[in-house]
Write a protein of this length. Structure first.
Length: 318
């Protein structure tokens, strides 16, 4: 062999080694990349059955801890749909899913509303003392009770001019806002009269007790709130009437139509609307208005939701 040929062979071997080396390194690199990819949520979620689009949505929307939890749940298309609901609350996801399984015919937005306000449970079956620090936005319903000794500090006497009956009282701001509303209605030729305003715990206790004797529990619960659960105890609620009308005829009056269109401008809402009985726990009451402030009242009016739903989402939230 000549020196030249030996040299050539050595060069060939060297090149071969380099090539094999490059291929090996590239292979290892790609293998490592693949392993890293398998650790990503993108990979895990797609493996779990979510589409590329849903996967991107979930990654953007959730924190790592929540994604881990999601991977433990059975893949369910409704998870994404619930998350896209306007009033979706993270803490309720599993409840939505469980409720949906039992009520597959219900609309998802309705399921969200039911779970958020707790209306999947029987009225009064579970309740907590309500958070009084929420002030004008405090919630009093069949799951949120006012303390027995709760009397608003700023109760103000309503002038007889505005009301039927003896010495009705309202909280200061609710009263002054009512006067503004009263005057505006008057200018439009409407007469608003307060039929009932603040009622004490004791009053409701007596009333409820009386009904209980006469009608029994079931009928009484359909007619009157249990003591501590009446919104009238907040001093923020009032029953509004007009001359010559009563509970069954008020809805047909011009005053009712006026209130329907304008009450929110003064911070009032129709508290127990028609068709929302399953959320509020109360029969439709065309005469019962609650002061929540102009911002909340306007939102509730424009989005056609109940105060219970508003509270669950905006006040209580996550
Ligand atoms: Zn009322």
């Amino acid at each position: 062999m000549t020196k030249v040929r030996v040299k050539k062979r050595n060069v060939t071997i060297a090149i071969g080694i380099v090539v094999v080396g490059i291929v090996l390194v590239a292979g290892i690199f790609r293998w490592k990349q693949e392993l890293d990819y398998q650790k990503t949520y993108e990979f895990k979620l797609e493996e779990h059955g979510y589409s590329k689009e849903d996967t991107a949505f979930l990654i953007e929307k959730l924190e790592d801890k929540e994604l881990d939890h999601l991977l433990e749940l059975e893949m369910d298309q409704n998870i994404i749909k619930f998350m896209k609901e306007t009033y979706y609350l993270k803490k309720n996801l599993e409840k939505y899913l469980a409720y949906q399984k039992e009520h597959p015919e219900d609309e998802l937005s309705n399921i969200v509303a039911i779970i958020n306000v707790g209306a999947d449970k029987d009225w009064y079956s579970e309740y907590t003392e309500t958070d009084l620090s929420k002030d004008y936005l405090l919630l009093c319903n069949k799951f949120h009770q006012l303390p027995e000794n709760y009397t608003p500090e700023d109760l103000t006497k309503v002038k007889n001019w505005y009301a039927y009956g003896d010495d009705p009282q309202l909280r200061e701001e609710a009263y002054s806002q009512f006067i503004s509303m009263y005057n505006a209605a008057k200018e439009d030729g409407q007469d608003l009269i307060i039929n009932s305003a603040y009622r004490s715990y004791q009053y409701q206790d007596d009333l409820y007790g009386k009904y209980l004797e006469w009608y029994g529990q079931q009928e009484t619960d359909a007619m009157a709130a249990r003591p501590g659960f009446s919104e009238h105890q907040t001093g923020l609620s009032m029953d509004i009437m007009t001359y010559g009308a009563n509970a069954s005829t008020f809805e047909a009056t011009e005053e009712f139509t006026w209130l329907k269109n304008h009450a929110h401008e003064y911070g009032f809402i129709l508290r127990y609307p028609k068709g929302k009985e399953y959320l509020t726990g109360y029969e439709y009451e065309s005469w019962h208005y609650r002061y929540v402030g102009i911002e909340a009242a306007t939102y509730i009016y424009q989005h056609d939701i109940t105060f219970d739903e508003y509270y669950a989402y905006f006040i209580e939230g996550e």
